[in-house]
Design a protein around this ligand. Structure first.
Ligand code: SF4
Ligand code: SF4
Length: 384
């Protein structure tokens, strides 16, 4: 792991946790001051979990600090490394929840939706709200329709949709919509490619072995399918998949180069879309830009064409990333609420392009504010 923080403080301005607490020890700079010298801690006795938890819970895994840092130091990676070397039972529960319990997610969402607020202990409220957001009860409205432009010819290379855990387990309609759009664009779409978790959240949890297993499985599927283009509609999955090319021993040099050009945002594949905005579209929808799109966000320009009043929120991060949901659901919820507070009052409908951001913001949205993945507000032009 790269070290060598110069304590320049550039990362202070971009860290959502520092913005929340305004305390330097909660910023990447402070965490590095405390944790970089910890090489070797644990060689005789493990670092107490309480210290690990107190240090590592204060990170949303947004990677904004890495982008701001001249040395490109990733504090979320440093925290993952510390978690990996100091395991705790909760990490194994997280691994089971992500890799094995997916079929139970819809039931968990339905049960949470039935549970009365009046009987919910305050300490569990944000966890319950998160579980409720998993229930698929929201009525969706079409804001705009799409069709390919006349004369558009899709490249001949096949495309497989990488759904990610959220869509696979609780929003299968996002995958169906993605497949439908790609087919209408003339792509040869590989049905049911059978990928698994991208591994991003397992990395943040410090479950490096589990992460390596899912990465290996996804790469094997990609090769077995003939190395197709991967269409991704979740910014966090895309960020994690992008990292495969730099993962030592996962892909050989040629495959790594091909992988880099294969992982694409879904909206970037819908080139030359002819868009028809419908009356149901709000005049000033909000756009939450997922941290993991970074400077390479294909969704925002795509949505702006359909929704001229699209207004980007000013907050830094929704608080969903990393394992903050597990390690400190209340801080995660506070970041989510701050995120929604960063939109003008007129933005009552928020759209985004990350499965995790969608679920997080939906779980903290006040009455009258709705949150959508963009796949929920778009339809193929009727007749296509
Ligand atoms: S920007 Fe990088 S070098 Fe500067 S304080 Fe933050 S982590 Fe350290
Ligand atoms: S990854 Fe995000 S939340 Fe974590 S330390 Fe860096 S800027 Fe802060």
């Amino acid at each position: 792991m790269k070290r060598g923080c110069t304590q320049c403080g550039e990362c202070l301005n971009v860290c959502p946790v520092f913005a929340l607490f305004k305390r330097e020890e909660y910023a990447p700079k402070g965490k590095r001051l405390l944790m970089e010298p910890l090489d070797g801690w644990g060689s005789e006795e493990p670092m107490p979990w309480k210290i690990i938890r107190d240090l590592s819970r204060l990170c949303a895994g947004c990677e904004r600090c890495k982008k701001a840092c001249a040395r490109k130091l990733s504090t979320s990676d440093l925290l993952a490394e510390v978690r990996a070397s100091h395991p705790h039972w909760s990490q194994y529960v997280w691994d089971i929840w992500i890799r094995r319990a997916g079929p139970l997610w819809p039931t968990a969402g339905r049960l949470a939706s039935m549970f009365p607020d009046a009987l919910t202990p305050e300490a569990l409220q944000s966890s319950l709200d998160t579980a409720r957001a998993m229930a698929d009860s929201a009525e969706t409205q079409t804001w705009f329709t799409l069709r390919p432009s006349p004369g558009w010819a899709a490249p001949s290379r096949p495309v497989a949709v990488f759904s990610g855990c959220t869509a696979r387990n609780i929003r299968p309609r996002w995958t169906e919509k993605a497949n439908q759009l790609l087919r209408a664009w003339g792509y040869e779409v590989i049905e049911r490619p059978d990928f698994t978790c991208c591994g991003g959240t397992l990395h943040h949890a410090g479950m490096f072995k589990a992460q390596a297993e899912v990465q290996q499985r996804n790469v094997e599927r990609w090769k077995a399918l003939g190395k197709p283009v991967l269409a991704v509609f979740c910014a966090s999955c895309k960020h994690s998949l992008d990292g495969y090319a730099d993962q030592e021993g996962l892909l050989d040099e040629n495959d790594a180069a091909l992988w880099r050009t294969s992982v694409r945002g879904l909206s970037a594949l819908l080139e030359g879309a002819v868009i028809r905005t419908l009356p149901a579209a709000p005049a000033t929808p909000g756009y939450h830009q997922p941290c993991h799109w970074g400077d390479n966000d294909p969704d925002r320009p795509f949505l702006q064409r359909a929704l001229p009043g699209l207004t980007r929120g000013t907050a830094l991060c929704c608080g969903m990333g990393g394992i903050l949901k597990m390690s400190d659901p209340d801080i995660s919820a506070r970041l989510g609420k701050n995120c929604l507070a960063g939109f003008p009052e007129a933005c009552r409908s928020i759209v985004t392009g990350c499965s995790g951001c969608t679920m997080q913001l939906a779980s903290v949205a006040p009455e009258g504010v709705s949150v959508h993945h963009w796949l929920d507000i778009v339809e193929l032009e009727p007749g296509l």
